[in-house]
Write a protein that binds this ligand. Structure first.
Ligand SMILES: [Zn+2]
Length: 65
């Protein structure tokens, strides 16, 4: 058998510290204010996020004499 490659307790612990499941990142629905997944339609109301990067462009406010 021989000596297999030895892992110290700290090295095993460091590896196993990566085995945990991370929390899924949630965003907030702009319509029903419920938790939704980003880049997905809302499971409650079915709304898809399009509002966040809206540019406010005012073209009609210029009047030249
Ligand atoms: Zn919603």
């Amino acid at each position: 058998m021989g000596r297999l490659s030895h892992h110290s307790k700290s090295k095993v612990g460091r590896r196993r510290s990566q085995l945990t499941l991370k929390k899924p990142s949630l965003s907030v629905c702009p319509q029903c204010k419920g938790p939704t997944f980003p880049h997905r339609a809302c499971p409650q109301c079915g709304a898809y996020v399009k509002v966040s990067k809206k540019k406010a462009v005012n073209k009609a406010s210029k009047d030249k004499a």
